[in-house]
Design a protein around this ligand. Structure first.
Ligand code: COI
Length: 354
């Protein structure tokens, strides 16, 4: 399907301070939009970034059929714009779509849209280390209808934001023992907007106690660690690296997957398994909890400085050696200064169909 392109005649790039980018507040010049109607995706287009009119009865805002992805484009050391594992995001958005009873988006059209959009707005990719062009694809139900059933029409949109680091400093976590993020059989594995909506009250309550984020525990026993509000989590304990196994309630993070691959390749002992908060507390008491870090597209690697669980407060070192090494590896692959052994980086314009 051919994507029509209308370029802006009024670029806003001159007014952007690329050295001081707040995350998610600055939007680049163009966006991709495609509509689903009469059983097919149609009229894919790249247009100047603008508001999208909304009917008051638009189903997404009433019944929550809304899903999204988070990706990043970077520049190699020679200035080539690069995407990171775009095909994984093309597949994951369709897994989320399936769970939320939404139509799949053609993977090749998703990739084509990314390549063309980033090509057009490549001047918006910040060259500063630790910065990137954050890419936000999302799909929502656009029927104008009151009643709980799947929409018949949808919109897919992709816009981009030049961003600096999501977390500027190490963060503290409160292990949540009242509220849950996801239960088995629920939508926890989907990147569904509602999962994030439900996390906001517990996150605010944690912030009122002085903690930056919630550490989610399982919904049955409040025993097994799931993830953090914005990322997956890794523990370095007794010289092993442990991250909670997927299983329906945890987001199958693409950064998580990349880190597991890098860690195994570097010869670390890595365990993906159920991990109880009691085991973490015991490791801390035994002096075996070496470091903890979060991993996600927005956050990349976020150092964790403290975790509170019930009455136990675990202060953690933040001179993370494993986390720091992983961040340098991921950043290096994204800048093509570290060998891309796994073929993850795709130069914009060199689209491979799937
Ligand atoms: C991302 O890491 O890209 C995400 O989508 C998390 C979001 C809550 C910022």
């Amino acid at each position: 399907m051919k994507i029509s392109i209308t370029k802006t005649t009024n670029s806003r790039i001159e007014g952007v301070d690329f050295d001081n980018l707040a995350f998610g507040r600055v939007f680049s010049d163009h966006m991709f939009v495609c509509d689903y109607k009469d059983g097919a995706w149609q009229t894919p287009q790249i247009v100047p970034f603008d508001y999208i009119p909304m009917h008051p009865a638009m189903m997404a805002v009433h019944y929550g059929q809304a899903i999204f992805e988070g990706m990043k484009a970077t520049k190699s050391h020679d200035g080539t714009p690069l995407l990171f594992r775009p095909e994984m995001h093309a597949k994951r958005i369709n897994k989320s779509a399936w769970r939320m009873c939404m139509p799949a988006f053609p993977e090749n059209l998703f990739l084509d849209a990314l390549h063309q959009l980033i090509e057009l707005d490549q001047a918006w990719i910040p060259p500063q280390a630790g910065s990137a062009l954050y890419i936000r694809p999302y799909m929502y139900a656009s029927d104008e209808f009151i009643g709980v059933k799947p929409s018949k029409t949808y919109k897919m949109v992709i816009f981009t934001c030049p961003v600096g680091p999501y977390y500027a400093k190490p963060i503290s976590l409160l292990a949540e023992t009242k509220y849950i993020r996801a239960a088995e059989g629920g939508t926890g594995e989907a990147k569904a907007a509602g999962n994030y909506g439900g996390s906001l009250l517990p996150a605010r309550l944690a912030q009122e106690q002085g903690y930056d984020q919630v550490l989610w525990l399982d919904a049955k026993e409040f025993k097994y660690i799931q993830e953090v509000g914005t990322m997956n989590i890794f523990f370095v304990m007794n010289d092993k690296i442990v991250t909670p196994a997927l299983g329906g309630t945890i987001l199958d993070g693409i950064t998580r997957n990349s880190l597991l691959t890098i860690l195994k390749d570097k010869g670390y002992t890595v365990e993906e398994r159920p991990l109880s908060i009691d085991e973490v507390v015991k490791a801390h008491q035994a002096g075996q909890l070496q470091e903890v870090f979060g991993a996600g597209t927005a956050a990349v690697i976020a150092k964790i400085s403290k975790i509170k669980y019930q009455d136990v407060v675990m202060e953690l070192p933040t001179d993370n050696s494993v986390g720091t090494e992983l961040k340098a590896t991921i950043d290096g692959i994204r800048a093509q200064t570290t060998e891309d052994k796994f073929g993850w980086v795709v130069p914009v314009g060199a689209m491979q169909t799937v």
